[in-house]
Design a protein around this ligand. Sequence first.
Ligand code: KG4
Ligand code: ZN
Length: 380
Amino acid sequence: MFIRRAVRLCRPPPFQKAKFTVLAIESSADDTCAAVVDSSRRVLSNVVIGQLDLHEKFRGIEPMTAIHAHQQNMPVAVSRALAEAKVDIVRDVDGIAFTRGPGLPGCLSVGMNAAKTLAAALGKPLVGVHHMQGHALTPLLTSSEEDMPQFPFLTLLVSGGHTLLLLAESNTSFKILVDTADLAIGRAIDRVSTLLAIPWTPLGPGDALEKFAEGVPDDARLRLGNPDRVKPGPKDFSFAGLHSQVERYIHAKGGLEQMSEGNRRILAHSFQHAAFSQLEDKIRIALSWCQSQSIDIGHLVVSGGVASNQCLRQRLDACLKSVSTGPPVKVVFPPPKLCTDNAVMIAWASMHRFAAGDYDDYRIGSRPKWTIEELTTPPS
Ligand code: KG4
Ligand code: ZN
């Protein structure tokens, strides 16, 4: 009896309508996000409640603080998203999506439990989404027809937890070409921002470092980075060494107090330059690998929080224009506010599953560690 009832609860019928509306929830790190998006690519609302002020004194995400803030903010985010979208959850929302992983376990649980409870209570279908899939597919929502990436395309995902260069073959099939050997680029940027004691802007340590490094002339640049970095390899983004170089440089100068602001700006600029050069090198390697495999690539999608960096955007644009071999490759970025964490991307990445009636069981668990290559494997 119980089992039969649970199965009925877990499998609402496939949508009958051509256009449907999804409420999505994201809480994998330190932003509490809710959004309403419909299947005709309309973003009806996008609420992000950040916690940067709470974490600044820890100079990074403090997990328990993040969990408590998600618990406080989630009801506010959801009700604001519904109000701003002018939708009634019972009448107008057809499905509920949430970030299933990867992310901080306690943080994921807050969003997942909110989504599961809403879906089960209202009898709505539920879909758990891979966070990085959300970042990777965002340009399919935000690009104009002219710039729309076509599969297969390359995806560079640069965030606080990941530095991934992927071959995207479909909505659900991603092959990792280059992964992070140690520290993700966003984490390295945050740590260097801390080492240099750069005051956070409202957009956080990465944005603060970008602004701090602006205007430094190229000829002032220090030589940082690994000269061997162009070597190809499966798992070979590496930013820990670069972070240590900055640390050693400051130490050799006798500490931060002994460095002028100009000197600190040069160091910030040099670090950012070396980190972005590494991204460019791997993109060139990945493009020539694709060519060698006769995989035609027309687009490079760049997403994740670091992709909101304007200097990186300009550099990657110029980098792809300078690649002379093979057909031209266009670089596509979501708008900056959809590069950082948001629930719009989660809603969008769930659409194909709602359309196919491929829903999750209400008893689904989170997957804090979840490689994007395993996206199509059944829930564990
Ligand atoms: O995708 P995201 O919002 O969250 C994660 O999934 O990690 O990425 C956050 C990362 C942080 O490390 C943050 O400092 C970095 O993105 N970031 C930036 C900029 N804005 C955010 N890094 C460089 N320049 C920026 N303007
Ligand atoms: Zn993210």
